[in-house]
Write a protein that binds this ligand. Structure first.
Ligand code: G3I
Length: 374
């Protein structure tokens, strides 16, 4: 038995003794293991991103894991404008409707993602020339999509990634066409269309001081205009061994001081070489020697570092659980992660708590241990 296997068995036995394991589920890839959502049920929601195959329930092994482990979900792509609003007067609600039903059947609340984002916009929206037409697209989109899922989604990422790293506003098509007030306007429209839904601003690296300052300003602008904002999403696309714990804690405190909730909305820890931080989908990296070092397996040393980072992150989350609404992982298993295809295609990444065989990793047991000890 290698060190890691020994470690897993040991921690599993301890956790089972302490909290009792959940019942076996037939066809369950990870039957008999503790449940994240049960362990953290008094603290915050535990979510996952869901891809199209999972929403269509094509993968039974993923299905049982999702129902066992998570009480919140965010569609990874299907509610983005390009997919839900492909033409000026056509919306594609079939899959999002299916997601809502899936959530209802499995006791999973849905976070709508995302109403306004510069990326994955439909082609017709990029071609709009006049400001008036663009404004019509903008408000029709929010009213129609947020209105349809009123009372059906628990929260919306109303605006996604409107900031640059220095805290200034990104020169997106929204800024160019509508000016900086588009953020507040998006929240105003969403609040009108979906009064009971929690409204979030969502970004990556907004735990970093400069970007955080810009984010705080954005939130204050919304509040000063008398428009509702309920929370801020810190995406949490970090790098193993380099998780910015101090900035994360300062951010939780500073955002909570604005009277809003904090959610960690897209958590994953990159283990592969990368020469920049963040999650700007337009950024790419050159292929080259050493770019995909763990094709066959993850070395024990990295596996342990990953477990340690997740352990410390969840210790921090527990410390501030009164300020945190939800922690969502960006994918169910390592095999599902977008980080296998970005910023270089075709790599083998290991950023999540479940491996490619749907089995819990040492990091999973560390997260369970932190949640069971409190
Ligand atoms: O659906 C098409 C398919 O028809 C086509 O054959 C294939 C060819 O490349 O592409 C498929 O679309 C891909 C889509 O994911 C669904 O798999 C897109 O190319 C690909 O770009 C897209 O990537 C998504 C990315 O956002 C795009 O912006 C990732 O899955 C998704 O995880 C990622 O999520 C974002 C969050 O929404 C916002 N924060 C950052 C995060 C990570 O980038």
């Amino acid at each position: 038995m290698n060190t890691l296997m020994f470690y897993c068995c040991h921690v599993l036995a301890a956790v089972c003794l302490n909290m009792g394991c959940i019942a076996q589920t037939s066809g369950n890839a990870a039957a008999g293991i503790p449940s994240l959502k049960e362990t953290y049920k008094a603290d915050f929601l535990i979510g996952t991103a869901l891809n199209t195959g999972q929403i269509n329930e094509r993968d039974q092994r993923a299905g049982s894991l999702i129902a066992q482990q998570f009480n919140a979900a965010t569609p990874e792509n299907i509610m983005k404008a390009q997919l839900i609003h492909p033409e000026w007067d056509r919306y594609a609600f079939d899959l999002p409707d299916k997601l809502i039903q899936y959530g209802n059947r499995n006791g999973i609340v849905i976070n709508g993602h995302t109403l306004i984002w510069h990326s994955q916009l439909p082609a017709f929206a990029r071609r709009i020339q006049s400001v008036d037409s663009f404004r019509t697209f903008f408000s029709d989109h929010i009213k129609t999509v947020a209105g349809r899922y009123k009372g059906k989604v628990q929260s919306w990422d109303v605006v996604n990634e409107a900031l640059n790293e220095d805290g200034s506003m990104r020169r997106s098509v929204f800024l160019q066409q509508l000016g900086p007030g588009f953020v507040t306007e998006a929240f105003r429209l969403a609040a009108e269309a979906s009064p009971g839904t929690q409204l979030y601003y969502n970004d990556y690296n907004n735990e970093q001081p400069a970007k955080r300052a810009g984010c705080i300003q954005l939130i204050k602008n919304i509040q000063t205009a008398g428009v509702r904002i309920d929370g801020v999403g810190i995406q949490g696309h970090w790098h193993v061994g380099k998780v910015p714990f101090k900035n994360i804690e300062e951010s939780i405190l500073q955002y909570a001081a604005l009277g809003i909730k904090v959610a960690f909305t897209e958590l994953d820890l990159e283990v592969l070489p990368r020469n920049f931080q963040g999650a700007d989908v337009n950024q790419r990296m050159q292929e080259g020697a050493g770019i995909d070092p763990y094709k066959d397996a993850l070395p024990d040393s990295v596996q342990l570092q990953l477990a340690q980072d997740y352990e410390n992150l969840f210790k921090l989350f527990i410390k501030h659980r009164d300020k945190i609404a939800r922690v969502t992982f960006w994918g169910v298993t390592d095999g599902d992660s977008w980080l296998n295809g970005w910023p270089v295609r075709g790599r083998t990444n290991y950023p999540l708590l479940f491996d490619r065989n749907y089995q819990p990793k040492p990091a999973f047991y560390k997260v369970i241990e932190v949640g069971s000890r409190k």
